[in-house]
Write a protein that binds this ligand. Structure first.
Ligand SMILES: [Zn+2]
Length: 135
């Protein structure tokens, strides 16, 4: 189960509504994952990140099949595929999530995916991906 902290709470709050929201620096406007105390783009120490909804569309950059899960919440689900996805909103903006098409999905670098949400518990949804989506 994800454990929201102060910085990530808005992310999980949006996810619970099946909205992918990414922190955006108030100074330079760049998205940052995960949000840090400083903006990785403009280096401001006062980014005042605001979480904004994004399209949830992106391209697969790499992937791995997880056969043994160290995360108790996912232990019953192995094997599953984790994909590293670059979102269309910004070059280099990458998030990692489960691919819901199964561990044997045929992938290639650049494969288009779209965010989907797994309802893990009441009020908690975890961003994941499914194959497909517009370019
Ligand atoms: Zn910035």
């Amino acid at each position: 189960m994800p454990v929201p902290d102060e910085l990530s709470a808005p992310y999980w709050e949006a996810a619970a509504r099946h909205v992918l929201a990414i922190a955006r620096c108030s100074v330079c406007g760049a998205f940052a994952v995960p949000p840090d105390q400083t903006c990785p783009h403009c280096r401001t120490t006062d980014p005042a990140f605001v979480f904004e909804p994004v399209s949830g569309r992106g391209a697969v950059r790499s992937w791995t099949v997880v056969r043994q899960s160290s995360l108790p919440g996912f232990a019953a689900d192995v094997p599953f595929m984790l994909v590293d996805v670059e979102l269309v909103e910004q070059s280099g903006l990458r998030i990692i999530g489960r691919l819901l098409d199964g561990p044997d999905a045929a992938l290639h670098v650049g494969h288009r995916v779209t965010v989907a949400f797994e309802d893990a518990a009441p009020g908690i949804a975890v961003p994941a991906f499914v194959l497909g989506g517009d370019t």
